[in-house]
Design a protein around this ligand. Structure first.
Ligand SMILES: *[C@@H]1O[C@H](CO)[C@@H](O)[C@H](O)[C@H]1NC(C)=O
Length: 488
């Protein structure tokens, strides 16, 4: 019996052949695991490994990881002295108004006129006179912007006669925020909501493809470096300009490049530019690389630089007074600590990992500017936070152009009323425009410089027009700057 047992075990004793087979399958198994690891979805906005080693192109092989995108080389910007004297800032306070009896009467008259306009618009629509109908709808909306019927009918016109489902859906949603039981808007939304959601998702995919294309451009590419520098200067120019800074693009450039004061402009206006410059450099050197949580302290550090580091009172501190921003009344100073704590949690929550980075960045911007934690510099700090999140996800910092500020505030207002999607789409537009600028600048197209110098910009790609960034009031710097992209 013993012999029998021995025999049974005999053939199980490892032979050379067995050892090799086991070893080989082990190797195969680990190879397989390594390959599979590539497909494990990783956080879209928080690259977790060593930056620089991650850049990978192509979106087809699972979710690729992205190296964060940095600002242009410091030497290229020729930045020097950061310790200039910065003046303390005073909060800008706009009082929220309560309506007087007279104004209430006005509202009623307006509403009657608006409904008259709506009636005519619908008649025109019936007659097939779309252009007239459009103007009448818009007139009605301008007179009475929160009337559910006007919003819904205008939405229907946009959906069916203009094939603009996104705007239509936005107006139905607005009608429902005014009256959640408005049946026509409810029925319409049932039709549009899903279509719009799919369109938004496609939009994000398109942005990802452009980001992929950009990450395949080597960072030593001279055209890319030039575009990065241009975008850096324009980012500062627009971000301070949106809030009323009157420096032209050429003056902004000159201050950043030479650190010399510009004649006829106030110290405050200079300091706003230098503050943003310092904050951007701080972000670039710290937060973009930090594969970790974004904390409240980080936000305060950004703000400290936005307002200038020698201002010991307001820079990096929450406000201690109530403020009023147009029609928006931000939370009282006593609630700021709690709300900002919640904001910090949200910024680092599981929920945001699943969001597209552009949506995440836009929402962070909106939430921060809604809380309005500072006495001044809330807009600039929010835009910087948004760009921090974008850069961490491999996107370039985006520019919100100052000539778009009405749209921008309008979308923030819509978000206050309950619909954040138009603001997210607006930021997606800005992101796309920025990506297009980089891609266009680094494509073959950008080489024939004489083309850029042409007076008329009509035939140029949209991105070029929108990136010249000049308004009519910047006479003397406009056309010169417009061609800089190609010739710095
Ligand atoms: C941004 O960071 C990169 C990488 O660390 C660095 O090369 C570049 O000089 C920085 N740019 C600025 C403006 O700080």
């Amino acid at each position: 019996q013993q012999q029998q047992q021995q025999q049974r075990w005999q053939h199980l004793r490892p032979s050379k052949c067995h050892v090799i087979t086991i070893f080989a399958s082990g190797v195969l198994f680990s190879l397989l695991m390594l390959t599979l690891l590539d497909f494990v979805p990783s956080s879209p906005h928080r690259p977790r490994a060593v930056p620089g080693s991650l850049r990978r192109v192509g979106s087809d092989g699972g979710r690729a990881l992205y190296a964060p995108r940095h600002l242009p080389d410091e030497s290229l910007l020729r930045l020097a002295d950061e310790t200039r004297v910065m003046e303390p800032y005073l909060p800008v306070i706009t009082r929220g108004k309560t309506k007087t009896a007279e104004e209430q009467q006005d509202t009623l008259t307006n509403e009657q006129e608006a409904l008259g306009s709506l009636k005519m618009a619908l008649e025109m629509k019936q007659l097939g006179k779309d252009d007239k109908a459009l103007r009448l709808f818009q007139h009605a909306l301008a007179l009475s912007p929160r009337h559910p019927e006007i919003l819904t009918k205008y939405g229907e016109f946009l959906e069916h006669n203009r094939q603009d489902v996104v705007s239509a859906d936005q107006y139905y949603t607005q009608a429902l925020t005014v009256n959640p039981y408005y049946t026509e808007a409810l029925a319409n939304r049932e039709r549009t909501a899903q279509i719009v959601e799919q369109m938004d998702a496609k939009r994000f995919e398109a942005l990802d493809r452009k980001r992929d294309a950009l990450s395949s451009v080597h960072s030593s590419n001279m055209a890319l470096k030039r575009a990065e520098k241009e975008a850096y200067i324009q980012h500062i120019y627009h971000s301070v300009g949106i809030e009323g800074n009157t420096m032209s693009l050429a003056q902004t450039r000159s201050i950043l490049e030479t650190r010399m004061a510009v004649d006829g402009k106030s110290i405050d206006e200079h300091n706003e530019i230098l503050g943003l410059d310092a904050a951007l450099k701080y972000i670039n050197a710290t937060l973009v690389n930090k594969n970790d949580y974004i904390t409240l302290k980080d936000i305060l550090e950004i703000h400290r630089r936005v307002l200038g580091h020698v201002d010991p009172i307001e820079g990096g501190e929450f406000r201690r007074t109530q403020v009023y921003v147009g029609g928006h009344i931000p939370p009282g100073p006593g609630d700021l600590a709690i709300l900002m704590g919640r904001f910090e949690n949200w910024l680092n929550s599981e929920q945001v990992f699943l969001m597209h980075p552009v949506k995440y960045a836009a929402m962070a911007h909106y939430k921060l500017v809604h809380i309005h934690p500072f006495s001044d510099g809330n807009g600039r700090t929010s835009r910087l936070l948004m760009n921090t999140l974008l850069m961490r996800a491999g996107y370039p910092p985006v520019i919100i152009q100052k000539q778009h500020r009405h749209k921008y505030y309008n979308f923030l207002q819509l978000a206050n009323e309950g619909d954040i999607r138009p603001f997210v789409r607006f930021i997606a537009d800005c992101t796309e425009r920025t990506l297009d600028l980089y891609l266009w600048a680094t494509s073959e197209l950008s080489h024939p410089v004489p083309l850029l110098a042409q007076e008329s910009m009509e035939g140029m790609p949209l991105i070029f027009n929108s990136f010249t960034g000049e308004e009519g009031d910047d006479i003397g710097s406009g056309s010169g700057d417009a061609i800089r992209i190609g010739v710095i």
